[in-house]
Design a protein around this ligand. Structure first.
Ligand code: 8X3
Length: 248
């Protein structure tokens, strides 16, 4: 059984993943900002779920919390960098700079910070697995995807580059890139409107958080000699046939 850190654990993919991993007998150190949601999950999942309330974009606080966590759990096996968000669907020329900054701070800087904190321990114990949440938006461009998609493209490339640096160690790195997925706060946060978010998923059999959790559990439970480098998931209803042509 493994000890896994899951960021963004209080809802969406993170909560589904915590449920899945605890059900399999793993220990989950669940990081998220919202204490009340973490507490509810802890009450549901019992002692193999260890809630940690932290805003990973607050570097000083994150340092303190991660230091305590590593002292208490010196054998962390898996880091699942799930926390991330999209803000807005405006074209780049109309986008809000603060929204870009927030996406970069969460999807890139905070992910790098926790990875930098945990990676040396994994190399030292010569075991470990970093699993990053990418996105189809990091692979296929769409109007309004600008900085969100670019942060996810960063995550995809980071995974490959980490693999290069970790060559010769037993530490694994995987990227999971989901497409349209319902049952999370993702689109409500992005659009700032519950009804608009709900409309996106109307009459579509989208992916579910459980689909993502099952995929991550499979990657994590794969034999130690096997590394899933990158895996992309879409609902059957979605495709990438979206090259648009603007006509005069
Ligand atoms: C989420 C996929 O298509 O909503 O990362 O950008 S999409």
């Amino acid at each position: 059984m493994k000890t896994a850190v899951v960021t963004g654990a209080s809802s969406g993919f993170g909560a589904a993943l915590a449920r899945k991993l605890v059900a399999e007998g793993h220990t989950v150190l669940g990081l998220a900002r919202r204490q009340d949601k973490l507490d509810a999950l802890a009450a549901e999942l019992g002692e193999r779920f260890f809630p940690v309330s932290v805003d990973l974009t607050d570097r000083a606080r994150a340092d303190a919390v991660l230091g305590d966590l590593m002292a208490r759990f010196p054998n962390i096996d898996v880091l699942i960098n799930n926390a991330g968000l999209a803000l807005g669907v405006d074209k780049a020329q109309d986008a809000k700079l603060e929204q870009w900054d927030t996406m970069v701070a969460t999807n890139i800087s905070a992910l790098l910070h926790i990875t930098h904190a945990l990676l040396p321990g994994m190399v030292k114990q010569n075991k470990g697995h970093i699993i990053n949440l990418g996105s189809t938006a990091g692979e296929y461009a769409y109007a309004g995807g600008n900085v969100y998609g670019a942060t996810k493209a960063f995550v995809h490339q980071l995974g490959l580059n980490l693999r290069a640096d970790l060559s010769g160690t037993a530490v694994r790195v995987s990227t999971v890139a989901p497409g349209l997925c319902s049952g999370t706060d993702f689109s409500t946060v992005r659009l700032g409107d519950k009804d608009k978010a709900a409309a996106l998923y109307q009459n579509v059999d989208a992916l579910t958080p459980e689909d993502i959790a099952n995929t991550i559990a499979w990657i994590m439970n794969a034999p130690a000699h096997m590394n899933v480098n990158y895996i992309e998931l879409m609902p059957v209803a979605q495709s990438f046939a979206g090259l648009s042509v603007h006509r005069k």
